[in-house]
Design a protein around this ligand. Structure first.
Ligand code: C5P
Length: 463
């Protein structure tokens, strides 16, 4: 039977089989027998993950916790070896596909040592096509993780290319795909990659990272580092739990827009906040599976989809709505709340009397962020504020982080020349107790997506 199979093979497969047989010191017939035996022994199971005692039991991974890990080419590929280990520690079996480029960074042998079986590397590889086949590789796992996801792999996916095993599997699958991109910051911010990312998000692909920080290239820093293995595992676990996003089940509260502080029935104190950033955050959180309440001041942007929206006018109403929305796991205070309100709210329109200008006495509004961050009970695990500054942005943000008692501040320069207030883009400095991340200029939607990734990672760590 084995020799018959060998005879029927096309030239390319025959050549690969001969090479493989020579490498393993076997005859071609013996090699085919070995392949068929291992295929029969494996039937349709992945090599199971170790049990709690660290021992591997055949059949232990018959539940839905099976992933196909596609390793793309990039220096971050070394982290994918740790990812395999982390997945297996949590009882998640990983079958591995490596692209040609990935094999320039790590060897199939090291991946096989960790995964417990040889990775799949070639669309026309005798083993890939005989024992499993790219269609089975695509259908068998519960989810597919691509880590590192290179700019090239993202471009192929966004355009439906299938010229190697990895891209063929990604095109053939009907399973959720989790991408952990890793690339040079210039490649990540390139318009082509942005378009591909937007397309993939529209296609329901889930992203984890990339994070900001030092790159492998010396002196290079920015957004492009692959998410850490544990962050990827947390995102994978959320997807495996049947949840459709990295924030599935997480309760997120967002404030957005300006407040209007009445002076009389027709006049009010306000500011130039458009609500674009806060609304984008609420929508991105909802898209990531979170249960979102958006408390919004008066804005002209459309209501985000999939969120519970509470519309308010003045700061005190916003505070009341925020408190009513607790408990929440995460609170993001993006609203530009008026610091002061008129001491009196005249029931009638204030008239010109001809006896000089009226005095406008002000009183301070409650600080909603600080009130929630200092709560003894029902304080969200992660309280995030914004700092709109016109000078010494990071320094002021650091002081604000301490004063307001929140966990993170997203600081931005709102000097009129930046066009940020009311505009579509934003340059963020993420200030935490651990330090500062300088994000590149991005659209407000991209800032929202990046923030959701960071929140998902932080929530994963807090579990
Ligand atoms: O206005 P300020 O720079 O202090 O705002 C910093 C942060 O505090 C923002 O996240 C804003 O939403 C929040 N804030 C608030 N209530 C206020 C003033 C500011 O929640 N009264």
């Amino acid at each position: 039977m084995a020799s018959l199979t060998v005879r029927q093979l096309d030239e390319k497969l025959k050549k690969q089989l001969r090479l493989r047989a020579a490498k393993n010191g076997r005859s071609v017939e013996d090699e085919v027998r070995t392949i068929l035996r291992s295929a029969a022994a494996d039937t349709d199971t992945f090599v199971p993950a170790p049990n709690a005692k660290g021992k591997t039991e055949r059949g232990a991974a018959t539940d839905a916790r099976r992933v196909l890990l596609i390793i793309g080419g990039g220096i971050a590929a070394y982290k994918s070896l740790d990812l395999i280990r982390r997945l297996r520690e949590r009882g998640i079996a990983a079958r591995v596909v490596m692209t040609d480029a990935a094999q320039k960074f790590i060897t199939p042998l090291s991946a096989s040592a960790l995964a417990g079986e040889h990775p799949y590397i070639d669309l026309f590889d005798a083993r890939s096509e005989f024992d499993v086949g790219h269609i089975r590789l695509a259908r068998e796992p519960s989810i597919i993780i691509v880590a590192p996801a290179t700019a090239d792999l993202m471009a192929k996916m966004a355009n439906g290319l299938a010229d190697d095993l990895a891209s063929a599997v990604l095109l053939a699958t009907d399973k959720k795909i989790l991408l952990a991109p890793a690339m040079n910051p210039n490649m990540w911010s390139n318009m082509a990659t942005r378009r591909n990312r937007a397309q993939l998000e529209a296609d329901d692909v889930v992203f984890v990272g990339p994070n900001a920080g030092e790159m492998a290239e010396s002196g290079e820093a920015g957004v492009g580092r692959m998410a850490e293995p544990l962050e990827i595992v947390a995102a994978a676990e959320a997807l495996l739990a049947g949840n459709s996003g990295v924030l599935a089940g997480v309760r997120v509260l967002v404030t957005s827009g300006p407040t209007h502080e009445p002076i009389d029935p027709v006049r009010y104190i306000a500011n130039r906040s458009s609500g674009k950033q806060g609304h984008a955050i609420a929508e991105a959180a909802a898209k990531a599976g979170a249960k979102v309440t958006l408390v919004s001041g008066p804005v002209n942007v459309p209501d985000p989809r999939g969120v519970n929206i509470v519309k308010v006018e003045a700061a005190r109403d916003m505070l009341a709505a925020v408190e009513a929305a607790l408990p929440a796991d995460v609170a993001v205070f993006a609203a530009a709340v008026a610091d002061w309100r008129s001491a009196s709210n005249s029931r009638e329109k204030i008239k010109k009397t001809g006896k000089g200008t009226p005095e406008l006495a002000l009183v301070e509004n409650p600080d909603i962020l600080s009130t929630v961050a200092h709560r003894k009970t029902r304080r969200p695990k992660l309280v995030i504020g914004f700092a709109a500054e016109t000078e010494r942005v990071v320094e002021h943000a650091r002081a604000k982080l301490a004063r307001k008692g929140c966990d993170w501040i997203l600081a931005n320069d709102v000097s009129p020349e930046t066009g940020i207030m009311g505009g579509d883009s934003n340059t963020i400095h993420l200030v935490t107790r651990d330090g500062v991340e300088n994000w590149p200029p991005q659209s407000k939607n991209e800032v929202a997506a990046a923030l959701i990734q960071r929140i998902a990672a932080a929530m994963g760590e807090k579990k």
